[in-house]
Design a protein around this ligand. Structure first.
Ligand SMILES: *Cc1c(COP(=O)(O)O)cnc(C)c1O
Length: 384
């Protein structure tokens, strides 16, 4: 054969030489079939459905979620939009918590409504009874997120899921805050558990991915069809890295939790702080629900300051040296943002008693984080 042909085929039959701790990373759009009949008989005829590493990750996430079926998406937002479009159709209505991640709400209002789904945003603080009173004949699904993005209201998920089931309404929960670890949506009656793996499962702020998990066979088939119809795919490399994050999730999250509670406790005693919105702090909003249903807390919480000039808010953030200023969370590093500009899109939000901030507590030492915040407060006082 010509050299060009030999170079194209050389080395392609080399099988994995040894078992490794992680799965094989197969990079393949093309899947080679063993014979002619298999072309139309083999289930896996094309790489978009995922190969060894994606399969290993789905299995790992099934273990985490207590789910018989897990689907992967190229981002957390894609998991939410993908799961919603897989189960909703024109003529359906959806109830969406105002506490949902803002791009989720925007997707529902801007896209689902364009395809004939009636979208109603509800107050995250509604009791299960008051929420169920909003259910109409066309209501197909209730979207939950607890604690709420930014404002940290806790929803009574088990009660809402049970009441929805009794009315034949599906529930879907964005459980990114608890990372699938400290709260188990499916075990509490939720039909579809979604999370942005981008956050804690990844843990290193460098990969986008999302998952949707269920134990319902009909829903699993709908999710599967949705992934196929929209052409979602994640690479084997990304799936491998995500699985590596999953291995250390319990160990990392326990440290995020411990450090975040230490920092939150310190913050509660500071004169600049009006209220700490951390569900695991006794006396915080939603603490009773958290205490009943959660086995831990992650590193993300909110902070209401006493009223101060905007310049003082900026001075606080600009003085921080360890905390980065950035919108994501779930990684090993601490982050801080001010939130008020994001609340203007809300209808029901409680008037906060002062400026709202959000902290993500990373894996640094608590005493260093506290010293950084103390320096921030000093700069804030100087600018007030
Ligand atoms: C970040 C986030 C998402 C979206 O995840 P991406 O991977 O960034 O698309 C969804 N829900 C919540 C609660 C999030 O914090």
């Amino acid at each position: 054969m010509d050299e060009k042909t030999r170079l194209i085929h050389a080395g392609r039959e080399v099988a994995p030489r040894a078992r490794t701790v992680g799965p094989a990373i197969q990079r393949g759009s093309t899947v080679l079939l063993p014979n002619s009949r298999a072309l139309y008989e083999e289930d896996l005829g094309y790489g978009r459905a995922g190969l060894a590493a994606q399969e290993a990750l789905r299995e790992g996430l099934g273990e985490l979620e207590g789910a018989s079926s897990v689907h992967l998406y190229p981002s957390g937002l894609a998991a939410l939009s993908g799961a919603l479009t897989a189960v909703l159709k024109a003529g359906d209505a959806i109830l969406v918590t105002e506490g949902a991640y803002k791009p989720t709400r925007v997707f529902c209002q801007r896209v689902l409504s364009r395809f004939g789904v009636r979208v109603e945003i509800y107050d995250a603080r509604l009791s299960p009874d008051a929420l169920m009173a909003l259910v109409k004949d066309d209501t197909r699904l209730i979207l939950l997120e607890s604690p709420s993005s930014l404002t940290f209201e806790m929803q009574d998920v088990p009660a809402i899921a049970a009441a929805a089931k009794a009315r034949g309404v599906l529930t879907l929960m964005d459980n990114t805050w608890a990372a699938g670890l400290y709260f188990k949506p499916l075990a509490h009656g939720v039909d579809i558990s979604v999370q942005a793996l981008t956050k804690y499962v990844c843990g290193h702020s460098d990969i986008f991915m999302g998952s949707a998990a269920t134990n319902d066979r009909k829903l699993a088939a709908q999710l599967e069809a949705g992934v196929h119809d929209f052409g979602w795919a994640v690479t084997g490399d990304a799936a491998y890295d995500m699985l590596r994050g999953l291995r250390t999730l319990p160990t990392r999250l326990a440290r995020h939790d411990e450090t975040a509670r230490a920092v939150a406790g310190w913050l509660s005693a500071q004169p600049q702080v009006k209220q700490v919105l951390h569900p695991a702090l006794p006396g915080a909003p939603g603490h009773a629900i958290w205490d009943r249903d959660y086995s831990g807390a992650s590193g993300l919480f909110g902070l209401v300051l006493n009223p101060c000039p905007l310049d003082a808010e900026h001075a606080l953030l600009d003085a921080l040296k360890i905390f980065g200023l950035g919108f994501s969370w779930g990684g090993f590093e601490s982050l801080a943002i001010r939130c008020d500009p994001q609340l203007t899109s809300r209808t029901f939000v409680t008037e906060m008693a002062g400026p709202l901030f959000r902290l993500h507590i990373g894996l640094e030492q608590a005493s260093d984080l506290i010293a950084d915040l103390a320096a921030g407060f000093a700069a804030m006082d100087a600018a007030s």
